[in-house]
Design a protein around this ligand. Structure first.
Ligand code: MGD
Ligand code: MGD
Ligand code: MO
Length: 771
């Protein structure tokens, strides 16, 4: 069935140049629009005033750090949209499901499904009427538990999307291991998994090393493949402050993203009144998709050359030789690698001129504390891990890890995606203290590696996976190869989704299917001992407590800890060492259990839960203690510079497609059809292309085109009828929106080591539409 991409009330698509800075009045206007649509009151003490405050709730949007001294409104346009979307006054109750069959809903857009409102009661799929029908919690839980008992634990996948709290995640992972499986894929597998693979090899920690303080001490920020204006807008405040102190920002991004160009602080009355804005990037390099590895090599090469020159001239070294000597391993081999690369190849692969890379190197060479920030532009490639390691190599050359104002800063996605890993959600048993868990709970946890996201999909295709449980998220829509995967999904015997809103993963279902509606984080979570708090970990490894502030959407929704505990009790034999009910009555007791499993990270957790600025997790690399195999920070040279071996970029009719987020979505949640910063109105069915490519392929701006994946594995992957938008994008690249274009990503097209789908470099052919 063709998925409807336009919302019913949509008007004609419009593409214009957007001139305004990020933030400013555009942001204020967009916010008012969604608040009105979701009928959310923001007057008086309002929900939004509690957002990201030490005594309030942590935003359900991104994972960016929450300062100890928050602004009066510590939220951004997109954080407020996320709040409005969760706290909408619209509901999808039993009437809705009686009215609409699943077959009908399959034709609805992602926007239309979620926009209908919050799920209010448990539902079970009824094949006879092709509808979801109400079921009591007791029956739903009992039936799911009985089903789970019939499967081989290895054939069941337990996904986690990254929003559920540390408390829920800990309970979920424990439940799954007691059930007998490490099949705990998470959204991180599609996101920052390359970070979790690259950084331990390089510096001995799986996470970033910087904190908010570093923005105050840095004298250069390098920014790779992260769209701050849309996806972590609160960081714009730190960037603006750094710029006002005179610290330069050097950006590498194929697109000129507005948030990386100019910012007007919507909370600053003077800036709003005068239209003043701060220039964000001082150098902007439109690197080719996947060209970062070559660009970074070029910068390192330029730096090494400058250092040689300095030595010849008897000047002080440009490199931090003390640091390299004391703290690193592999420097010589790395120099040899850089020496071997020739400039012509680096220019071709990066799409950047040697002079541009030398200009970046020159600023880097005179800066004594440098932060490197990155996002999906680095991770979602076949060589994502090596690109991140190359960025670390650059930092190591001048000792830019483990000193104030310096370090590596991966910008995480979901608000607790990093935290879920911290408390045991991982398919890799070696990342979890299984011996501690074995002692604490008196059972033998499985030691066999579980399935990550791509492997879970392979299992669904091969029939080895028989059941899927989703703790949040919209898995079927977020994964690659939409058509193949949706077809295979019907072969599952059981699907269970723990969700707040209706999405496509409820409709693409197994033989038996259940929807379990849960509380959102913004709602008051009342249990036997009173209202409960939960906690999460931000992108800078700080834990924060969070308390709901509004009444639940319905008295039939349950908290995530309640649902996980209920499933565990219905599935597992009783264990005298775990009292699931006591945990649900008082989440502080879950935190005590977490602290027992992870004593170094969660010491005095309950006492410090609401500490302003959060509780900082110990990070050895920040203290220049390197928990790597060599005991040092490692220079790691890549095995080549070909960004994506399958991308036949040399063929004149093959373009390299990046799938991106608009400013009006949170992952598969589509708030609307505008992408303000990129000048797009009322549509998501577009393909951004370079004017030369448009001409070369015999097309015109605003033409309709079909896009097909260029590969010959026997499957046809195509999207029809996209509108060409002539755009400032490197030649040979094109871009469009996720998740509509996921149908084009072959499942096997993933990061080599981390298996993250390579969503930023899909080889495609673009042809005029017949339609
Ligand atoms: N409002 C909002 N906030 C979000 C999300 C959301 O959807 N909406 N999603 C959340 C999640 S889960 C995540 S993971 C993050 C994602 O946040 P980002 O990491 O910003 O992810 P993307 O929007 O996919 O875009 C990545 C950026 O990389 C650039 N890029 C693409 N390919 C390359 C490349 O090869 N090299 C370089 N240097 N740049 C490239 C793109 O032009 C784009 O600016 O945001 C989180 N926050
Ligand atoms: N092509 C392409 N594909 C991508 C990406 C890309 O850049 N390009 N990005 C990847 C990335 S980085 C990520 S993180 C994944 C995202 O994949 P997911 O995390 O699986 O997807 P989301 O869209 O965030 O999930 C939205 C759903 O979560 C549910 N939900 C919302 N809040 C809550 C809550 O509090 N509790 C529970 N239980 N459920 C809730 C709602 O029902 C909503 O419909 O997609 C990946 N896929
Ligand atoms: Mo993500």
């Amino acid at each position: 069935m063709q998925i409807e991409l336009r919302s019913p009330e949509m008007s004609e698509p419009k593409i214009t140049d957007y001139e305004a800075p990020a933030g400013g009045w555009g942001s204020a206007g967009s916010l008012v629009e969604i608040l009105t649509r979701e009928k959310l009151a923001v007057s008086g003490p309002g929900i939004l005033a509690k957002q990201n405050k030490p005594d309030g709730f942590m935003c359900v949007s991104c994972a960016w750090a929450k300062p100890a001294e928050p602004r009066m409104f510590e939220y951004c346009e997109n954080g407020a949209k996320a709040t409005a979307w969760e706290q909408t006054r619209h509901r999808v109750g039993p009437d809705f499901f009686a009215e609409h069959s699943v077959a009908e809903l399959l034709g609805w857009s992602d926007y239309a499904l979620e926009e209908k409102g919050r799920l209010t009661e448990p539902l079970k799929y009824d094949a006879q009427t092709d509808r979801y029908v109400p079921i009591s919690w007791r029956d739903a839980i009992a039936e799911i538990g009985a089903e789970l008992k019939t499967f081989d634990p290895k054939s069941v996948v337990f996904y986690a999307s990254g929003r559920a709290s540390l408390e829920t995640s800990y309970m979920y992972a424990l439940f799954v291991r007691m059930y007998g499986s490490n099949n705990l894929p998470d959204s991180s597998n599609m996101c920052h998994e390359p970070t979790s693979v690259a950084l331990p090899q390089s510096i001995g920690v799986p996470v970033g090393t910087t904190s908010l303080d570093d923005f105050e001490a840095t004298d250069l920020i390098m920014f790779f493949g992260q769209n701050v204006g849309s996806n972590s807008p609160r960081m714009l405040h730190q960037l603006q402050d750094a710029r006002k102190r005179g610290a330069p920002i050097i950006t590498f991004n194929p697109l000129r993203e507005r948030g990386l160009e100019r910012f007007t602080n919507p909370q600053n009355p003077v800036e709003m009144a005068t239209g003043a804005s701060t220039e964000i990037s001082t150098q902007y390099h439109q690197v080719k998709a996947g060209g970062d590895l070559a660009a970074l090599t070029g910068i390192c090469k330029a730096l090494l050359a400058a250092d040689k020159q300095a030595a010849t001239a008897g000047l002080p070294s440009i490199l931090d030789l003390d640091f390299i000597e004391t703290h690193t391993h592999g420097f010589r081999d790395f120099v040899t690698f850089c020496d071997k690369q020739d400039w012509a190849a680096l220019e071709k692969r990066s799409g950047l001129k040697r002079e541009a890379l030398e200009a970046a190197a020159a600023v880097y060479a005179r800066s004594s504390a440098v932060m490197a920030i990155y996002g999906m532009g680095l991770t979602q490639h076949r060589k994502g891990v090596q690109s991140i390691q190359m960025l670390v190599n650059l930092l190591l050359l001048r000792g830019n890890i483990g000193k104030p104002g310096a370090g590596i800063c991966p910008v995480r996605g979901h608000s607790n995606v990093q935290g879920q890993r911290t408390v045991g959600i991982s398919e890799k048993p070696e990342l979890v203290p299984l011996d501690v868990i074995a002692r604490q709970y008196g059972f033998e946890p499985p030691r066999r590696k579980g399935l990550n996201t791509v492997e879970a999909c392979e299992g669904v295709l091969s029939g080895e996976v028989e059941a899927f449980i989703g703790l949040g998220g919209n898995f079927v829509r977020a994964i690659p190869d939409t058509k193949r995967m949706e077809e295979a999904w019907g072969g599952l015997k059981l699907t269970v989704q723990i969700s707040t809103k209706l999405n496509r993963s409820h409709l693409i279902r197994g033989e038996k299917a259940y929807i379990l509606p849960c509380l959102g984080r913004i709602e008051i979570d009342q249990q036997a001992t009173g209202p409960q708090a939960v906690s999460m970990e931000d992108s800078t490894s700080c834990f924060h407590g969070s308390r709901g502030v509004v009444r639940p959407v319905s008295d039939q929704v349950r908290s995530e800890p309640w649902i996980v505990a209920a499933l565990a009790k219905a599935t597992l034999a009783p264990n005298p060492k775990i009292n699931w009910d006591a945990w649900v009555e008082d989440y502080a007791t879950v935190r005590e259990a977490i602290a027992e499993t992870y004593p170094d990270k969660f010491k005095d957790y309950n006492e410090k839960l609401f500490q302003p600025g959060g509780i900082r997790k110990p990070l050895p690399a920040r203290e220049r203690k390197w928990e790597t195999k060599t005991g040092k920070a490692n220079f790691i040279a890549p095995d080549g510079l070909e960004p994506d071996p399958d991308v036949a970029t040399d063929r004149h009719d093959v373009l390299d497609l990046m799938t991106l987020r608009s400013n009006d979505q949170f992952n598969t949640t589509i708030y609307g059809y505008n992408d303000r910063f990129r000048g797009v109105k009322n549509t998501r069915e577009i393909l951004f292309m370079n004017a030369n490519d448009i001409e070369r392929l015999g097309l015109k701006d605003a033409d309709n085109v079909d896009v097909a994946t260029f590969c010959d594995d026997g499957f046809i992957r195509e999207v029809k009828g996209l509108r060409v938008v002539s755009y400032n994008i490197p030649e040979g690249n094109c871009a469009g929106y996720y998740p509509e274009l996921n149908v084009l990503i072959p499942l096997w097209h993933h990061e080599e080591q981390a298996k993250t789908p390579a969503a930023k470099s899909i080889p495609v052919r673009v042809t005029p539409s017949a339609r």
